[in-house]
Design a protein around this ligand. Structure first.
Ligand SMILES: Cc1c2[nH]c(c1CCC(=O)O)Cc1[nH]c(c(CCC(=O)O)c1C)Cc1[nH]c(c(CCC(=O)O)c1C)Cc1[nH]c(c(C)c1CCC(=O)O)C2
Length: 342
């Protein structure tokens, strides 16, 4: 594939770049009125994600409208539980809900390792359309949730502040926990391989709920599975973003991922020392984009100066919030482009 702009791939591989590449977690959907216009034609998020032509359209919107250096496929991490036999609903303004959850061995026996061709071909179809429509303008990022985060939703049945049901399962039934985590891992490996086969140029694994485990639990129930995924997929650069997992940054850096995503609680200079040779991605506080233009300029420049040009992909420290003004997002992107080309 010949790209017009492959900055993000080169930065991920640790190669020299003329300027810092930039994209934003949750750039597809959430903030753009153009996204809502497409979504409002359908019953909601799930139908949109399952309609490849429209999923492709909203994947490309931020490339056209915001000027980001990568597209990320429009889908959700929760398609994996669904493909394993636990369907989800997306409740307006409240988020995901699972009518059935995993509580016992017999619930587990009703699940299967995802058959991607059968259950997730809408995602691989959307990837093929995006690749064709982008025609090399920028790379396409595929993604999945990390096994612990997916496990948390499958046990809890939805979002939660504490995920205490999911954490209780780790303490009360480690055996069932490991079995389910392994099934999720096998499903995720199949799924990410299929995304690469369909054309994804790089991959990101989101461990959104890393921050609620203890270091001991993270080492036992999260790292081994993230490691398996990293080792199973060697074809494209990979990023691991484990939110609030400051306590295991060194362990994450030992895995086979090229890039480590940082949330905004981490200091760029200290993080560099802790992860050695890896590329870093992040980490502006999404709330910084509520500030005025001057303060966005200042905070973005400070971030770029702290990370330095090499081995760095500019991004936020977590996903965009729905009420962030798209003009301020564009300003952030422009500051990255201008300041880092000096
Ligand atoms: C934890 C998690 C989820 N989904 C995701 C994560 C990991 C990243 C993170 O920590 O934010 C990942 C995700 N979800 C979505 C993407 C698409 C690509 C992108 O723009 O980055 C990605 C990468 C679309 C989506 N996923 C969802 C929407 C909103 C649905 C709508 O349009 O109503 C979108 C565009 C719904 C969703 N999906 C999820 C929740 C909690 C919610 C409800 C709240 C919210 O809006 O985020 C689970």
């Amino acid at each position: 594939m010949v790209f017009q702009n492959d900055l993000v791939l080169r930065a991920a591989r640790g190669e020299k770049v003329e300027r810092t590449p930039v994209w934003l977690m949750r750039q597809a959907g959430r903030i753009l009125p153009e996204y809502r216009a497409v979504r409002n034609k359908l019953s909601g998020f799930i139908e949109l994600a399952q309609t490849p032509e429209l999923a492709a359209e909203v994947t490309i919107q931020p490339v056209d409208l915001l000027g980001v250096d990568a597209a990320i496929i429009f889908s959700d991490i929760l398609v994996i539980p669904e493909a394993m036999g636990l369907p989800y609903e997306m409740v307006e303004k409240r988020g995901p809900h699972f009518p059935k959850t995993v509580e016992t061995e017999s619930d587990l026996a009703n699940l299967r390792v995802a058959n991607v061709e059968e259950s997730l071909s809408y995602v691989t179809e959307a990837i093929k359309i995006v690749k064709n429509d982008l025609n090399g303008r920028v790379p396409l990022i595929g993604f999945a949730g990390a096994p612990w985060t997916i496990f948390a939703y499958m046990i809890e049945g939805g979002g939660s502040k504490t995920f205490s049901k999911a954490k209780a399962m780790l303490y009360t039934n480690p055996q069932l926990s490991h079995k389910l985590l392994q099934m999720i891992t096998d499903s995720t490996i199949n799924y990410l391989k299929a995304q690469v086969m369909a054309g994804a140029d790089m991959l990101q694994v989101f461990d959104s709920w890393a921050g609620i485990l203890s270091p001991q639990q993270y080492n036992e129930f999260a790292i081994p599975y993230i490691k398996q995924i990293g080792e199973a997929i060697e074809e494209v650069p990979k990023t691991i973003f484990a939110k609030d997992a400051h306590y295991v940054l060194e362990s994450l850096a030992e895995l086979s991922y090229n890039t480590i995503g940082l949330d905004w609680t981490l200091d760029p200079v200290q993080s560099r020392k802790r992860v050695g040779d890896k590329t870093l991605q992040g980490n502006l506080d999404p709330c910084a984009l509520y500030g005025d233009y001057d303060s966005i300029t200042k905070n973005t420049k400070n971030m770029l100066d702290a990370f330095g040009r090499d081995k760095y992909i500019a991004n936020l420290g977590h996903g965009l919030y729905p009420d962030i003004n798209p003009d301020k997002v564009k300003h952030f992107i422009n500051v990255v482009k201008e300041h880092s080309s000096k």
